[in-house]
Write a protein that binds this ligand. Structure first.
Ligand code: FE
Length: 198
């Protein structure tokens, strides 16, 4: 196991133990077994390291561990078969750290890191998994369909209920967040209003 992954696990476990919002959403797996995954490179790994945005002393250790491990990650291209897949993938990326296709196996949850570059709008999407975002650095405007939007900063969380449409807008800053899923862990996100995408 690459020590960069071990550090991610240590810092994720520490944050789950520190923050009630995380431990209430899902227990941290006891002994998430290491498993081999193939790295899938993404230029966003470099972008994330070059301009991670502001953070706090509490969020910095996991944020820094996720940046260090980013070259090892299996970066996803979730929307590649959609009209805006390429554009989205140039600005938004994610890799999994805990769960089905992650360096640490877990059955009851999935944990990801997401990075979104400044000045991008990730349109409304939804998925059956319940979701908790924890902002680690930078900031972003989190939208929930019909409920307006809120700017979230390091240490802030956003909860998305099952199939509740949500969107993410970055302005001057990028955002790095730790994202947890529980419930239906296998159904991918889809755009809520695909007809509006061009
Ligand atoms: Fe989501």
């Amino acid at each position: 196991m690459d020590p960069r992954w071990s550090t991610v696990l240590t810092e994720a476990r520490a944050l789950h133990a520190t923050l009630p919002a995380l431990s209430a959403f899902c227990p941290f797996p006891n002994a998430p077994g290491p498993q081999d995954i193939s790295a899938k490179h993404d230029p966003l790994a470099g972008a994330m390291a070059a301009a991670p945005g502001d953070t706090t002393p509490t969020m910095a250790p996991l944020r820094d561990a996720l940046i260090a491990a980013a070259p090892l990650g299996q970066w996803r291209d979730t929307y590649r078969d959609t009209p805006i897949g390429a554009e989205l993938h140039a600005h938004f990326g994610t890799y999994e750290v805990l769960g089905r296709d992650a360096p640490f196996a877990a059955d009851a949850m999935r944990g990801f890191v997401i990075y979104q570059a400044p000045g991008y709008h990730y349109p409304m999407h939804h998925h059956p998994a319940e979701e908790l975002y924890l902002v680690l650095s930078g900031q972003a405007e989190f939208h929930i369909d019909g409920q307006g939007s809120t700017i979230l900063r390091p240490g802030d969380t956003a909860y998305h209920d099952s199939n509740q449409p949500h969107a993410l807008t970055t302005h001057d800053s990028p955002v790095i967040a730790y994202v947890l899923w529980r419930g239906d862990l296998s159904t991918k996100p889809v755009f809520t209003y695909p007809e509006a995408l061009t």
